[in-house]
Design a protein around this ligand. Structure first.
Ligand SMILES: *Cc1c(COP(=O)(O)O)cnc(C)c1O
Length: 427
């Protein structure tokens, strides 16, 4: 038999999984256990010394979670993955392997709101200093780089939708600076966009959104592309210097093209402790099996809804790169040819009051602060998530008084539109 490279849908169902060796269970079992028995003293010693791969304690690794890690890494085209408790934990752990206090990283200013807070506040308190750049002007990334820069961070499809990062161009900046490019691929998922193909060295996910896909579990993932040379210039000592707690081994020397994922696990996750529960791994793993089907339906529904809204008399504008004429349409065609995701914003001619009326009068849409659910979701940022900001800050963040954000679910598109039609009639 010749070795076939499995397609994306096959990987989504099979990557990482095998029938359970002891019971024959075909679905991946939930290994709901804290710890694992050693074969003998030598086995224990080699596990603790990183000479043998195996299970020790669920904070550092778990067999259910391992299947999820291998699956998402395969879908992204990376060498290894590390699943953690949330998307935010993934960002902490990825950054912790790169940064020492006083270091800087460059980040796109168009990010998930929680990431902007995390970078401005928690990360600053660790001495990791963010320098903001503008994805609509790649020169701002280049100019933000200093000798202290240790990474560049951007989202592929940037929250709240509407902005597509030119990953290849930002990757060229990262390569000139000699630092890894980290792409948060949460809104696109590997079904719509493969950042590693365009030069990303590390891919981050909030599994909470489309990968889990059912709005039932929080989780995060770090995928190592295996592309970055950690030993050059010794700028990343976690990877290139001997580790006293592991008999002086150098992680990059020992683990080669998956050393970053190992560092995040055996140093980061071990010490910071943000482990994913095996039960959540199981739920998210089940979600990944239908990722291609769900994402295709999400983008098909979104195309129908955005075309409907673009023509509606009460709608001032629709920001969706999938629409011809949108300022990011060409980048969407390049990076997300199957569709520009299912999260987008639009503006109501009636401003703030119209936004409040719309979210109060829809019935199928759920009014809440999440996206990437099977259900259609709606939020009016100015009266909720961005309420604490000044008017000027709100407009700056793309959350002006007239802005409504939708996450289009998997319902019948005619029902989604009927619900918006009724809500807009009151707005
Ligand atoms: C939700 C989200 C996060 C944070 O993930 P959590 O799982 O909520 O911690 C980070 N980035 C993006 C783009 C997100 O959508």
């Amino acid at each position: 038999m010749t070795e076939r490279v499995p397609g994306f849908s096959t990987l989504a169902i099979h990557a990482g999984a095998q029938p359970d060796p002891t019971t024959g269970a075909r679905a991946t079992p939930i290994y709901q256990t804290t710890s694992f028995v050693f074969d003998d003293v030598d086995h224990a010693a080699s596990l603790f010394g990183l000479q043998t791969f195996g299970n020790i304690y669920t904070r550092i690794g778990n067999p259910t979670t391992a299947v999820l890690e291998e699956r998402v890494a395969a879908l992204e085209g990376g060498t290894a993955g590390l699943a953690v408790a949330s998307g935010h934990a993934a960002q902490v752990l990825a950054m912790q392997s790169l940064m020492t206090p006083g270091d800087e990283f460059v980040a796109s200013k168009n990010l998930y709101g929680g990431s902007i807070n995390q970078f401005n506040h928690a990360f600053k308190s660790f001495g990791w200093n963010v320098v903001w750049a503008d994805p609509s002007d790649i020169g701002t990334f280049e100019r933000a780089v200093t000798p202290k820069t240790k990474a560049i961070f951007a989202e592929s499809i940037a929250n709240p939708g509407g902005v597509i990062t030119d990953i290849e161009a930002v990757s060229a900046v990262a390569k000139r600076a000699g630092v890894p490019l980290i792409i948060d691929n949460t809104l696109a998922t590997p079904y719509l966009c493969k950042p590693i193909d365009y030069g990303a060295d590390i891919v981050i996910h909030s599994l909470t959104k489309f990968l889990g896909g059912h709005g039932n579990s929080i989780g995060g993932m770090i995928v190592d592309a295996g592309t970055f040379n950690w030993s050059r210039e010794g700028r990343y000592p976690m990877l290139s210097a001997p580790r006293p707690e592991y008999n002086g081994i150098v992680l990059h020397e020992t683990f080669g093209n998956f050393a970053f994922a190992i560092a995040c696990r055996v140093l980061g996750l071990r010490d910071l402790g943000a482990a994913l529960s095996p039960f959540n791994s199981f739920l998210i793993l089940t979600g990944t099996e239908t990722l291609p089907l769900r994402m295709q339906r999400h983008v098909d529904n979104t195309k129908i809804v955005t075309e409907y809204l673009a023509k509606h008399s009460k709608v001032a504008w629709v920001s969706y790169p999938g629409l011809p004429g949108d300022r990011y349409h060409a980048l969407a065609e390049k990076y997300c040819p199957k569709g520009a995701g299912s999260v987008f914003t639009f503006g109501l001619k009636g401003g703030y009051d119209a936004g409040v009326k719309l979210v109060s009068n829809v019935k199928l849409f759920s009014h809440l602060a999440n996206f990437g659910d099977t259900r259609s979701l709606i939020i009016h940022p100015a009266s909720t998530t961005h309420r604490q900001l000044t008017d000027e800050q709100r407009v700056q963040a793309g959350a002006g008084p007239d802005v409504v954000r939708l996450s289009i679910g998997l319902e019948d598109p005619a029902d989604i539109i009927a619900d918006l039609e009724e809500g807009l009639a009151t707005a």
